[in-house]
Write a protein that binds this ligand. Structure first.
Ligand code: ZN
Length: 639
């Protein structure tokens, strides 16, 4: 287990903007930061980060939490993995209370794969730079590409020796698990013996957006005879082809700065362009773009420019992702390189500045480009022309955000002219497709009676009731967290006051009780508990409670926040938080008394023993007296 000291060291170092900002592009709005929610699909940002509270909340899907829960949800880390990741990030050495064999075994496959990939990258780099075979055979190829030593080191390019077991031996010597090595795609089983998967190839590490190595692309040197030009890491816990863009880790800041993402086909194109100083460039590894990849791009920019060498297959591949890109709200342009040039060769022939100028001058809107290409294809075939019109109308119908309206109008006009049809007719067709999509969506979201009757739904309803009942209890914890360390009177803090006041009632909700007890314990140990320190408690339910309480303070106490706001302006800050505490406790006690009355009544009805009855009546009177006192006090406070 990770020691409490380490956890404390980590949590005090956490900067939510720094961590969340690595995955979500955030913009400052007042005291908060706003971005597109990574947990649901949205076009206008509703994901809010509060640096002062160290929490995030999405007003679209309701997801909320702190830095740790963010990493757990977004990166699919466990609690312990998250702490390890943060420790690594902030260069904090982890102290383990018990370093067990079982603990090692529990390390998730993902973490192991990253470790193995890291080891493999080091191995391949050494082979390239420090061996005879690497420096003659592999280096020659890279030099032919004009890759500088700095570039090779930056992109961590390597070489896997021709000997079919070089990596296998090195890895097993370090006692890496063979099945994990296979899962990482580094070795394969051929005729019942293990062999290196990439032998004789140049190795391009593929980085996750955090900079860790998720996988590799291994390129054959020279002409590929029978074997494929590239071998890539198979899909595993850390490598998913459809969710990775080659080079994004190195390009992300430049994409943000230039507000444009350039997309090319090959790893070497990305590297060559980087070396020439064009850094806002990524590659999709030959596959057409996926929604996940488009969303990755959109974190940094809404402008995507696809650079293709002029072959038809490339253009068709680019267009396949077009509707998705429009739907994601991306502005997509296309640049076709002249003749047989690819970005790498074109760059070599013209130089960086000319290349940049060429892109700027030859950028074509991809929708208009598509119309032209398709129309040329269709020729005089009426049937095909019809298909083109429908195709374009479908594409345009995806432009359905308010801010896209003028764009849509411009497109409709331009497309109608190329298609030789009436603008109005095209608009009607587009609207028809919009309606079709809409009604499809409505069907998807229509309530289903089977759902309503399902036991799962019943459970949710039950949970809701529990939540409402705990509202008063929750509010007491809110004031405790918010004001606990402030003075109540000359002798006591508010925390000490609340402990006394709450003592005879207790909490019905076990999670809230846990949080209350934790606070009390920390307080008594002199740790000065705060929302921030408790937000990183080991118990997940306690953590969630703290987050809920701090994220929704006004949902908890609507009436008294209004009462407090209506106070005359000359009330001091102390008056305000005193009132807040007093009112919270007041309503808490009224609620508790009500429950106690009911319970007392029930027992009174059940018992036949006169002594017992007398006792219960006494309790009843006692409760009544407290209630009267409370009501008096309540009147004073509320006035
Ligand atoms: Zn959301």
């Amino acid at each position: 287990m990770i020691s409490q000291e380490t956890i404390q060291q980590i949590t005090t170092r956490i900067d939510i903007l720094d961590i969340v900002g690595e995955f979500v592009k955030l913009k400052k709005r007042g005291t908060n930061y706003l971005g597109l929610c990574p947990f649901h699909h949205e076009k206008t940002p509703s994901f809010t980060v509060s640096p002062s509270k160290e929490i995030y909340k999405c007003f679209g899907c309701g997801k909320s939490g702190n830095t740790i829960t963010f990493l757990m949800e977004h990166e699919k880390f466990s609690y312990v993995e998250t702490l390890r990741w943060l420790a690594n990030r902030y260069h904090i050495t982890i102290e383990e209370t018990v370093q067990s064999e079982a603990g090692k075994q529990l390390q998730q496959a993902a973490e192991s794969l990253y470790i193995i990939n890291h080891f493999a990258q080091k191995f391949f780099s050494t082979q390239l730079l420090q061996t005879e075979e690497g420096s003659t055979h592999a280096m020659a190829y890279l030099e032919e590409r004009n890759f500088s030593k700095e570039t090779i080191e930056k992109f961590q390019i390597g070489y896997s020796p021709k000997s079919r077991m070089a990596f296998y031996h090195a890895a097993t010597e370090e006692v890496y698990n063979v099945s994990l090595l296979e899962k990482a795609g580094l070795i394969i089983n051929r005729q019942n013996s293990w062999q290196d998967n990439y032998s004789g190839r140049i190795i391009f590490p593929i980085h996750h957006i955090t900079g860790k190595i998720a996988g590799f692309g291994a390129r054959v040197i020279g002409q590929a005879d029978k074997s494929p030009k590239y071998i890539n890491t198979p899909e595993n816990e850390v490598y998913s082809k459809s969710r990775i863009l080659y080079g994004l880790y190195f390009a992300r800041h430049a994409i943000d700065k230039e507000n444009e993402c350039l997309l090319v086909e090959g790893y070497t194109d990305v590297i060559a362009m980087h070396q020439a100083g064009i850094e806002n460039v990524v590659a999709s590894s030959g596959t057409s773009l996926t929604t996940d990849q488009l969303r990755l791009i959109k974190k940094y920019s809404n402008h995507l420019t696809i650079i293709y060498d002029g072959d038809a297959a490339g253009i068709k591949a680019a267009m396949r992702g077009l509707d998705m890109a429009i739907e994601e709200g991306l502005q997509v342009n296309l640049v076709l390189l002249p003749g047989n040039e690819d970005p790498d060769s074109f760059l070599k022939n013209t130089g960086a500045q000319n290349f940049k100028d060429f892109i700027a001058k030859n950028k074509k809107d991809i929708i208009l480009f598509q119309v032209e290409v398709l129309m040329k294809d269709a020729g005089n075939d009426i049937h095909k022309k019809n298909e083109v019109v429908n195709h374009i109308a479908t594409s345009l119908s995806k432009l359905n955000r308010i801010e896209d309206f003028s764009k849509l109008q411009a497109y409709t006009r331009q497309c109608a002219s190329v298609l030789h049809i009436d603008e109005e007719q095209l608009t009607m067709l587009i609207n028809k497709y919009k309606r079709d999509t809409l009604s499809k969506k409505e069907q998807q979201y229509a309530p289903n009676t089977a759902d309503i009757l399902s036991p799962e739904k019943a459970v949710t309803q039950e949970q809701n009731i529990v939540v409402t009942e705990s509202l008063r209890e929750k509010d007491v914890l809110r004031v405790l967290l918010e004001h606990g360390l402030k003075p109540w009177d000359e002798n006591r803090t508010i925390a000490a006051y609340i402990f006394e006041e709450v003592a005879e009632y207790g909490f019905a909700n076990p999670e809230l009780e846990k949080l209350f007890e934790l606070y009390k314990q920390e307080f008594k140990n002199g740790h000065e508990p705060t929302t921030k320190s408790l937000m990183y408690a080991q118990d997940e339910k306690v953590r969630q409670q703290v987050i809920d309480i701090t994220a929704f303070p006004y949902e908890l106490s609507p009436q008294w926040s209004r009462v407090i706001k209506d106070k005359p302006d000359n009330s001091s800050e102390k008056d305000l938080y005193h009132d807040d505490v007093q009112l919270s406790l007041h309503y808490f006690k009224i609620e508790k008394l009500k429950e106690m009355f009911e319970q007392n009544q029930e027992e009174l009805e059940k018992t036949t023993d006169p002594d017992e009855q007398m006792k219960l009546i006494e309790i009843h009177n006692h409760l009544k007296r407290i209630q009267l006192k409370l009501n008096d006090l309540g009147a004073v406070i509320i006035k």
